[in-house]
Ligand binder design. Structure first.
Ligand SMILES: Cc1cc2nc3c(=O)[nH]c(=O)nc-3n(C[C@H](O)[C@H](O)[C@H](O)COP(=O)(O)O)c2cc1C
Ligand code: SF4
Ligand code: SF4
Length: 378
């Protein structure tokens, strides 16, 4: 398959490259390096190697952690080590991210000046090991979000793609943090959900338009689907990132995408769906969860109707005289049986898969409009 086909299937682009599958490897210091990723290259779309300690205090912290019995990637010359790992991954189709630990924004900028757009720069705001926190990185950033925002901004000055790896529930408000990181210019939010589950994914999805990678014990297709249907773009695995588990998830989501058209389609809004579910909502004519959602988003009913009609203009979703509201743009998910919608689709020569792909494009447009026009839609 070529990139166009992968793009049609999943529609995910990271660091200006099409992602082959929404399964990623999450970093494990001392374990996940170039060789680790190459051994799993057929089953993942992206991998975050490291973490690598990139300045004096963080390297000292790594030494201390090794003394305490943990495995770390230790090097006095981390740039040379990282360069070697990147080269290995560049031989594959896997998009390469590097998880970095450092206290000062300049430390991250130095790495970005070395590797430019070849990699995604992932700030480790996750590690809770005391020596790393004392070195001013890892979880330190979640307690000092202004330092994290400053580091994102410093990296963005180098024109590179930035991911932030966080642990949910540490910052006082993950929604506010997500919005602040988006405003600072971050591109990807990589979230260790701990025990919070899909509700946290939905919360974050409704707070920012960033690429969202869900992480923590997402080792089965059922759990993966739960995360995707509440707003995750991808999932990542660390401890269970063995070939068998990754291959199983990759095969299952690929099959699902080809059968259903939209691999991470949301539930309907009234069934707990995230903001993307507006793509399936009816006209605002009754008292239902759509109304408070529009109010929170700062949209009048008329504006919502206008945005949606404008978004489908000239597309096959504009059709649908026999449907409830005169256009497929107001129609429900393909999983809700409906004779009128199906008749319209058949007459227009549109398969269910294409219908769902068109709804995916509609959702993308709606999300762009909501977050562009309104800094804090929910
Ligand atoms: C041994 C080990 C080392 C880890 N090292 C890092 C790290 O360097 N940077 C980071 O952001 N997360 C690190 N993590 C966290 C994982 O990336 C991941 O968030 C966590 O293990 C939960 O995901 P999982 O259930 O798929 O393992 C590490 C986890 C483990 C088990
Ligand atoms: S508009 Fe329709 S789909 Fe949306 S929340 Fe209301 S009843 Fe549910
Ligand atoms: S025509 Fe069917 S799918 Fe469309 S809005 Fe009405 S009930 Fe829903």
């Amino acid at each position: 398959m070529d990139n166009t086909e992968y793009f049609e299937r999943f529609g995910i682009v990271l660091n200006d490259r099409v992602v082959r599958t929404p399964v990623a490897i999450a970093s494990m210091a001392g374990w996940v390096d170039g060789e680790y990723v190459v051994a799993r290259k057929d089953h993942v779309g992206a991998a975050f190697i490291g973490g690598y300690s990139i300045d004096g205090p963080a390297i000292q912290a790594s030494h201390e952690m090794v003394r305490q019995g943990r495995k770390e990637f230790i090097s006095d010359d981390p740039l040379t080590d990282i360069a070697h790992q990147i080269r290995l991954i560049e031989e594959t189709d896997v998009i390469c991210g590097v998880n970095l630990r450092g206290g000062a924004p300049e430390s991250y900028q130095a790495v970005a000046r070395e590797f430019g757009s070849r990699i995604i720069y992932e700030i480790d705001a996750h590690c809770r090991q005391e020596p790393m926190v004392q070195a001013g990185c890892g979880e330190h950033f979640l307690h000092n979000p202004e330092a994290l925002v400053g580091t994102v901004k410093a990296l963005k000055q180098e024109n590179v793609t930035v991911s932030v790896k966080i642990r949910a529930g540490v910052h006082r408000d993950d929604r506010a943090l997500a919005a602040d990181l988006w405003h600072a210019g971050a591109d990807i939010l990589h979230v260790d959900l701990m025990d919070f589950g899909y509700q946290k994914v939905r919360q974050i999805r409704n707070s920012c338009p960033l690429i969202l990678i869900a992480n923590n014990s997402i080792n089965t297709f059922e759990r993966m689907k739960e995360m995707l249907s509440h707003g995750a773009d991808m999932v990542s695995l660390a401890r269970k990132s063995d070939e068998r588990t990754l291959a199983g998830l990759d095969a299952a989501i690929t099959r699902y995408a080809d059968e259903h058209g939209w691999y991470n389609s949301p539930k309907q809004l009234c069934r707990g769906g995230d903001l993307r579910a507006l793509a399936f909502c009816c006209m605002p004519v009754k008292n239902c969860p759509l109304i408070p959602t529009l109010e929170r988003a700062g949209l009048t009913r008329e504006e919502y109707v206008a945005i949606k009609m404008d978004a489908v203009k000239g597309t096959k979703l504009e059709e649908g005289k026999q449907t409830c509201f005169g256009s497929l743009s107001w129609c429900c998910k393909d999983s809700s049986p409906c004779m009128f919608r199906n008749l319209t689709l058949r007459q227009a020569g549109v398969s269910n898969q294409e219908y769902m792909r068109l709804k995916r494009e509609l959702a993308n447009t709606l999300i762009k409009r909501l977050f562009r026009d309104n800094n804090d839609p929910c």
